[in-house]
Design a protein around this ligand. Sequence first.
Ligand code: HXC
Ligand code: NAP
Length: 287
Amino acid sequence: MPCMFQPDLLLNKRILITGGGTGLGKAAARRFLELGAEVYICGRREEVLSATKQELAERTGGRIHARRCDVRDAAAVEEMIGVIWADGPLDVLMNNAAGNFLARTEDLSLGAFQSVIGIVLMGSLHATLACGRRWLAAKRPAVVLNVTTTYTNTGSAYVVPSAVAKAGVQALTRSLAVEWGDRCIRMNAIAPGPIPTEGAFSRLLPRPELEQAAKDRNPLGRFGTPEEFANLAAFLVSDGSGYINGEVVTMDGGEWLQGAGEFSVLGRQLTNDEWERMKPGKPGKNS
Ligand code: HXC
Ligand code: NAP
C-alpha cells in the first residue's frame, strides 16, 4: 500500500517509542522514520533492539537510536530520558510497551499482577512524568500517544491484569489531556483490536483454530495490520491532528461494537429464508 502521507509529515520530530523493537511499536517506528522523524526505541532485550535499529536504518535511511530500558524501573526511565534530552528534547512520547498473557484470575500470583501493571500502567506513568516535567518546565508543546486495548471500558475475562492496567492508561490519557492541555501537551490513545504480532498472538491465541474464530467474530472478517496501526499513529502524533486531545481512537474493524449490540449476533444465527420471511406481507410474519 502506498504511503498516505506527505513524506515530510514528521520531519525533524524527535519521538520515543517504548517497546519499539518489535510488533506494533516497530511498525510505528518504521512509519515515523519514513516520514522524516528521528526515532528512539527502548525495550528490555538488547539484541532485539539492535537488530531493529539496524533493519530500520537500512530500510528508511532515517535516524534511529536504541536503548535498553525496563520501563517498570522509574530510575532507569529517568536516566534514559535524561540521556535523550542531552541530545535535544523529544517532541513525542509513544507509550507502547506492554505485557499480557491469558490466565484464570484466581490462579494468578501477586507477582503476575505486578509484572503486567508495572509494565503497562507504571511504565506509561514513568515515561510520561519524565518527559512531561521537562516539557512543562521548558514550556514546550508536545504529544503523548498511549496504546490501550478495546477492553478498557468493558474489562475482559482472562486478561485481568492487562484490563486493569490499560483502563488506568486510558484514565491517565483523559486526565492529563485536560490538566496539561493548557500547556500545549496533547495526549491521545489508540485502542487496537487484534493485529497479528509475535508478542501478542503467541501469548493470547492458545489454539490455532481460535484465529479463524476471532476473524469470523469481526465485522470486517479480518485482523488489522501493523501498517494500519502505524498510519493512525503517524496521524495522531502529527501537527495536523492538533485539535485532537484526550481521545481514544478505536481501530478494531468494529469488533467491540459487534459484541455490544443486542441483535448483532443474529447475522450469524438467522438463515436467508428467515430474513425473507420477516419482510412485510410474507407468510409467518408477525404484523
Ligand atoms: C500466569 C504468569 C504467566 C502466565 C508470567 N506469569 N506468565 N502467571 N500465567 N502465563 C507470572 C510469573 O509467574 C511471575 O510471577 C510474574 O508473572 C512475572 O513473570 P516473569 O516471567 O518473571 O516476568 P517477565 O520476564 O518480566 O515477563 C513479563 C511478562 C511476559 C508480562 C510475563 O509475558 C512478557 O515479557 N511480555 C511482553 C510482551 C507481551 O506480553 N506482548 C503482548 C502484548 S499484547 P511471580 O509470582 O513468580 O513473580 C496486549 C494486548 C493484546 O497487551 C490485545 C489483543 C486483542
Ligand atoms: P509486542 O511485540 O510483544 O510488543 C511489546 C513490546 O514491549 C516489546 O517490544 C517488549 O520488548 C516491550 N516491553 C515489554 N516489557 C517491557 C518493559 N518492562 N520495559 C520496556 N519494554 C518492554 O506486542 P504488540 O502486539 O506489538 O503490542 C504493542 C502494543 O499494542 C501494546 O501496548 C499492546 O498492549 C497493544 N495492543 C496490541 C494488540 C495486538 O493485537 N497486537 C491489540 C491491542 C493492543 P522486550 O520484551 O524486549 O522488553
